[in-house]
Ligand binder design. Sequence first.
Ligand SMILES: *[C@@H]1O[C@H](CO)[C@@H](O)[C@H](O)[C@H]1NC(C)=O
Ligand SMILES: *[C@@H]1O[C@H](CO)[C@@H](O)[C@H](O)[C@H]1NC(C)=O
Ligand SMILES: *[C@@H]1O[C@H](CO)[C@@H](O)[C@H](O)[C@H]1NC(C)=O
Ligand SMILES: *[C@@H]1O[C@H](CO)[C@@H](O)[C@H](O)[C@H]1NC(C)=O
Ligand SMILES: *[C@@H]1O[C@H](CO)[C@@H](O)[C@H](O)[C@H]1NC(C)=O
Ligand SMILES: *[C@@H]1O[C@H](CO)[C@@H](O)[C@H](O)[C@H]1NC(C)=O
Ligand SMILES: *[C@@H]1O[C@H](CO)[C@@H](O)[C@H](O)[C@H]1NC(C)=O
Ligand SMILES: *[C@@H]1O[C@H](CO)[C@@H](O)[C@H](O)[C@H]1NC(C)=O
Ligand SMILES: *[C@@H]1O[C@H](CO)[C@@H](O)[C@H](O)[C@H]1NC(C)=O
Ligand SMILES: *[C@@H]1O[C@H](CO)[C@@H](O)[C@H](O)[C@H]1NC(C)=O
Ligand SMILES: *[C@@H]1O[C@H](CO)[C@@H](O)[C@H](O)[C@H]1NC(C)=O
Ligand SMILES: *[C@@H]1O[C@H](CO)[C@@H](O)[C@H](O)[C@H]1NC(C)=O
Length: 503
Amino acid sequence: MVMERAYTFPLVILLACCVTASMANNMNTSTDESSLLTFKSRMISNIDPSNILIKNWSVSTPVCVWIGVTCGLRHQRVTALDISSMNLSGNIPSQLGNLSFLVSLNLSRNYFNGSLPRELIRLRRLKIIDFRHNSFSGQIPSWFGFLPKLQVLYLRNNNFTGFIPPYLSNISTLQDLDLSVNSLQGKIPEDIGNLHNLKTLNLQYNRLTGLIPLTIFTISTLENLTLRRNNLSGNLPVDICRGLPRLKGLYLSLNELDGEIPSNLSECSQLQFLSLSFNRFRGSIPSEIGRIRTLQILYLGPNDLSELGNLENLVELSIGNNFLTGSIPASIFNISSLQYINVAENNLSGNLEELYLNGNNFHGRIPNSIANASKLTTIILFFNNFTGPIPNFIGDFRFLEIVYLNGYNFISKSPELSFITSLTSCRYLKKLVFGDNPLNGILPVSVGNLSISLQYLYGYNCDLWGSIPKEIGNLSSLILLSLHVNQLTGSIPTSVVDLQKLQ
Ligand SMILES: *[C@@H]1O[C@H](CO)[C@@H](O)[C@H](O)[C@H]1NC(C)=O
Ligand SMILES: *[C@@H]1O[C@H](CO)[C@@H](O)[C@H](O)[C@H]1NC(C)=O
Ligand SMILES: *[C@@H]1O[C@H](CO)[C@@H](O)[C@H](O)[C@H]1NC(C)=O
Ligand SMILES: *[C@@H]1O[C@H](CO)[C@@H](O)[C@H](O)[C@H]1NC(C)=O
Ligand SMILES: *[C@@H]1O[C@H](CO)[C@@H](O)[C@H](O)[C@H]1NC(C)=O
Ligand SMILES: *[C@@H]1O[C@H](CO)[C@@H](O)[C@H](O)[C@H]1NC(C)=O
Ligand SMILES: *[C@@H]1O[C@H](CO)[C@@H](O)[C@H](O)[C@H]1NC(C)=O
Ligand SMILES: *[C@@H]1O[C@H](CO)[C@@H](O)[C@H](O)[C@H]1NC(C)=O
Ligand SMILES: *[C@@H]1O[C@H](CO)[C@@H](O)[C@H](O)[C@H]1NC(C)=O
Ligand SMILES: *[C@@H]1O[C@H](CO)[C@@H](O)[C@H](O)[C@H]1NC(C)=O
Ligand SMILES: *[C@@H]1O[C@H](CO)[C@@H](O)[C@H](O)[C@H]1NC(C)=O
Ligand SMILES: *[C@@H]1O[C@H](CO)[C@@H](O)[C@H](O)[C@H]1NC(C)=O
């Protein structure tokens, strides 16, 4: 027995040596050259008929200096091919499977089409495949599953159809899988959970249906799970974070998911991006979400927003276009890192200023400490059902660039539109929209003190009366001024000729 084993070992080495030798015999630099020349003969330059690459790939120079080609130092064999963004179309010839030393293949951002030849299965050394932004069609070939070293497989934005082949789950080395923006259908295969090195899984913008397989939630290496805009249904597991300790981004919006948002999400302690909007989630937002200190972007679906106080790293919050009712929790404005807030088109009600003040026991204005720290650049609150005046505290957010307050039903207390005066503190303001509000007032002279950067000013359908102050001519960056459907009188101030950029 012992002897037998001792002898089988060299035999295996001998076989390996001969296989390598025989491969070396019929595959060499000239094989690489003829493979690429065949590929070139199939290429059509879409834009420029004298395409630089098609001219360059010529036998008059060695293959290793051709544009997009990288060779290994030792054997002078092609190890990387990157002909991305070359405006090329045509299809992939089977001869490409002869580039037997190829490690990285990048054809992204071209117009290549047709299906992928089975001979590519011979590229056993491949680690990186990037075919994004082409027009490849047919099924995603199952032979990808037999490329033993593949780490990156990017097929985003092609025309692939059919099912996700379960064989992909045989690629134990796979780290990044992007099949997004195709026309894939059916269920996500259970076997995908076998990808024990996967960091990124992106299947968004397909037509996938059924439940998200529970096995996905056991891939402990997973950092980014993006399944947006499919037709996935079912609940999220209550212990969603148990098997996903490294999760940074979870993007599930625009599906048919239902059930409750699991409070266990707070256990994903590295979570930065959470997007669950446009689903059918029920119940309230678990207050535990407020404990995810790393969270930067939160997009939520129809929910009751009562507890959102501790998100001190939040940069973007979008709870717009939902079915929210009730009031905005004032504590949102306490988040000093917040730069973008969108609560448009909900069914919120109440008086924003009062809500704000009531919620915090402040009197009159936002304390400077909060306003100065706030980096809020965008406020979008349109088409809600707030009543009462547009609050003056809005001007305390010094970094505001974009403000939408239209369709608010805000009724002015005094004929002076004092919120305009308060917004003169916002030196970066580019766009101010307050149309469709029954303001019933006059435009203050201070309108001319609004930011010199202001490009868009919309105050249509507001019951404005009196004349347009001549100071409007100070707004020298203005591109668009919209004050129609008001009760304005007098003549248009001659100072508008100073508005050189007005379109
Ligand atoms: C490459 O291999 C072919 C046979 O497949 C042979 O004819 C040719 O001489 C070889 N070229 C080099 C440079 O070794
Ligand atoms: C192709 O491009 C490489 C690198 O720019 C250059 O060295 C080589 O001479 C070119 N070959 C031809 C045929 O133009
Ligand atoms: C591809 O075409 C665009 C115009 O459609 C052009 O701007 C670009 O320079 C072209 N790229 C190459 C590498 O030819
Ligand atoms: C390259 O591949 C083609 C088709 O896959 C095959 O017919 C041909 O023999 C190969 N050429 C060499 C030199 O190995
Ligand atoms: C492929 O090329 C594109 C464009 O040059 C580049 O952005 C991309 O990172 C490359 N892909 C990989 C996987 O390196
Ligand atoms: C690939 O595109 C060419 C035109 O660029 C077209 O003639 C051909 O039918 C397409 N092939 C497939 C399989 O779509
Ligand atoms: C994808 O395929 C469909 C039908 O097969 C075709 O109508 C469409 O033009 C294709 N799109 C691209 C980008 O090739
Ligand atoms: C590859 O994957 C398929 C489907 O998941 C499975 O049936 C098969 O046993 C796997 N093959 C290997 C060699 O792992
Ligand atoms: C999504 O799936 C549901 C059933 O789960 C079905 O009624 C609906 O038509 C599907 N929508 C799309 C866009 O495929
Ligand atoms: C939430 O996650 C933790 C660990 O991530 C786990 O121990 C706990 O059981 C989970 N809670 C529920 C209700 O599943
Ligand atoms: C996750 O992947 C998506 C899609 O590629 C990307 O847009 C997003 O920025 C990624 N998120 C993280 C946290 O890397
Ligand atoms: C605002 O209230 C009016 C009347 O109560 C209602 O018709 C309208 O749908 C509400 N708007 C929104 C966006 O909820």
